[in-house]
Design a protein around this ligand. Structure first.
Ligand code: SAH
Length: 216
């Protein structure tokens, strides 16, 4: 595929995101520079700039660009923020956070995806700490986090993640059944107090693990 093909696609995508209500210029700027084609399998690279989720193997998907833009805007990432992502998948969401200057810690439970995302980020010179394992219990070693983003649908708020938020830290996580989830925005007010409110409905693949859905 000629590189102008992707450039045109990226420009069209940015226009679509704007008309869908995304207005955070930093987030749009990040999406305008990340080559999404590098995060999808060869066979579907030509579709990289469609505003849709796409299959990445292991029955998982790279999130729809609108969803990435919406969640990233909501988190209001500042340079230097330490951010934990649960569900690395392709690595695209992690790349978006890195472009905004975040220190990114990302966890994935599928070995192949963990490996290929790490490789993709490395090749693009984007640096993240990656871990293979169950992210529903967080990553306590580097806690607390200024922000936590969960990119798979949970049955309820995982306690471990709440407790790994810094005071004033925010978490965005889809919660619901397997068909549809409400995006919840949680802010840690102090040791024990959390504010939570509902944003819009989305559809994610399930969050599977100790504090998520059980496999099966
Ligand atoms: N953020 C990704 C979206 C991937 S889809 C991207 O930008 O491409 C969600 C991912 O969450 C899948 O790869 C899935 O394997 C992973 N996942 C589900 N449950 C998980 C868990 N408990 N810990 C870590 N990753 C998990």
């Amino acid at each position: 595929m000629h590189k102008d093909f992707y450039k045109t696609g990226r420009e069209r995508l940015i226009a679509q995101l704007r008309s869908a209500g995304i207005s955070d210029e930093r987030v749009l700027g990040a999406i305008a520079t990340i080559p999404r084609e590098k995060f999808v399998p060869d066979a579907i690279k030509s579709r990289a700039y469609e505003d849709t989720a796409l299959p990445i193997g292991n029955h998982q998907t790279i999130s729809q660009p609108y969803t990435v833009a919406f969640m990233t805007s909501a988190l209001n990432i500042k340079p230097g923020d330490s951010v934990l992502e649960i569900g690395t998948g392709s690595g695209y969401q992690a790349a978006t956070l890195i472009m905004l200057g975040a220190k990114v810690f990302t966890v994935e439970r599928h070995w192949e995806l963990y490996n290929s995302a790490k490789k993709t980020l490395d090749e693009l010179g984007l640096s993240a700490q990656s871990r293979f394992g169950d992210g529903t219990i967080g990553w306590s070693e580097f806690a607390p986090y200024d922000a936590i983003i969960v990119t798979a649908g949970a049955p309820e708020l995982p306690q471990s993640l709440l407790l790994q938020l810094a005071i004033g830290g925010r978490m965005i996580i889809p919660v619901g059944d397997e068909r549809s989830q409400t995006l919840k925005y949680v802010v840690r007010k102090d040791d024990r107090e959390f504010d939570a409110f509902d944003m819009q409905e989305f559809r994610f693949v399930p969050l599977i693990g100790k504090e998520g859905w059980t496999v099966g």
